[in-house]
Design a protein around this ligand. Structure first.
Ligand SMILES: [Zn+2]
Length: 293
């Protein structure tokens, strides 16, 4: 995205090198994805939008699709790989090759609306995963849990009103992206959190808002938009979560998956911009997921 941009390649390097340091990386199955196909992208995004992105893609240098979001010559290929990784994760988990998966890829996806790229996102990875599970694998109920510090406006735009999906979303409010926060849809649980809220309070709010609804919904698969930018040290936001809070969130998610979804969880990386906090939080997230086999 350019020098000094927080959505940088070092994010993934920080995660993989920390997983090597802790030893957890050796216990994981690493899979290199294929690019999502045009047909797969069209399960979420209209052809016009996909054409527009293709036309904007520069052959050199950088163009901006919004003030925060830049495209370089290989950006869309990277975005197709990230999207393809999500689809492949769904295929592997729903064919019982894996119990759960974490998509360690960028660019992220949850700000990408049906026809709008924004907030460092081009294709909505988690919505593509949901459509793969529902349309291709013919599941009936999929939950999406989005704990990124920013609201997943793109996901709300795409899945709002789709009763096959229950989306639970916590986010700092008022805050970016300032859209879709007041969108009323039966299947969207928006859980706004004030800047500065203590982590213990965050846990209480989220558990009260989500847990019973998730249990009643009985998802057959749990998808996670895993953004770690609510960490106390994150430079982009003002929540106070710590590594142990991400462990707690992951345990709540796996308990729902254990009750209803044969433990099936697919988590995809969204935000998280303090490199050390990101790496430690992902490690805790994966420790919980990896304990289930
Ligand atoms: Zn975020």
């Amino acid at each position: 995205m350019g020098a000094e941009h927080p959505e940088c390649p070092e994010r993934l390097a920080a995660i993989t090198s920390y997983l090597a340091d802790t030893g957890l990386g050796q216990h994981l199955d690493w899979v290199r994805p294929d690019e999502a196909t045009r047909d797969q992208l069209q399960t979420v995004h209209p052809e016009r939008y996909l054409n527009q992105l293709d036309l904007m893609q520069p052959t050199r240098g950088r163009v901006y699709t919004d003030p925060d979001t830049a495209m370089m010559p290989d950006t869309l290929r990277a975005a197709r790989l990230a999207a393809g990784a999500n689809i492949e994760a769904v295929d592997m988990v729903l064919s019982s090759q894996l119990t759960n998966a974490f998509v360690c890829a960028r660019p992220p996806g949850h700000h990408a609306e049906r026809s709008k790229s924004m907030g460092f996102c081009f294709y909505n990875n988690i919505a593509l995963a949901a459509m793969r599970a529902l349309n291709f694998h013919q599941l009936e109920r999929v939950a999406i849990i989005d704990f990124d510090v920013h609201q997943g406006n793109g996901t709300v735009d795409i899945v709002g009103g789709d009763e096959r999906i229950l989306m639970c979303s916590s986010f700092q409010h008022p805050f970016y992206p300032h859209s879709h926060v007041h969108r009323q849809a039966e299947n969207i649980i928006n859980t706004p959190i004030q800047a500065g809220t203590p982590a213990a309070e965050y846990r209480k709010i989220v558990e009260a808002a989500w847990l019973k609804r998730l249990q009643d919904f009985r998802p057959q698969l749990v998808l996670v938009s895993a953004g770690f930018d609510g960490h106390r040290l994150d430079p982009m936001a003002e929540l106070n979560l710590e590594v142990e809070d991400y462990r707690w969130l992951t345990e709540m998610i796996t308990s729902v998956a254990s009750d209803h979804a044969n433990d099936r969880v697919i988590s995809t990386l969204e935000g998280g911009y303090h490199l050390r906090a990101l790496a430690e939080s992902v490690n805790a997230h994966l420790e919980v997921l990896n304990a289930i086999h």
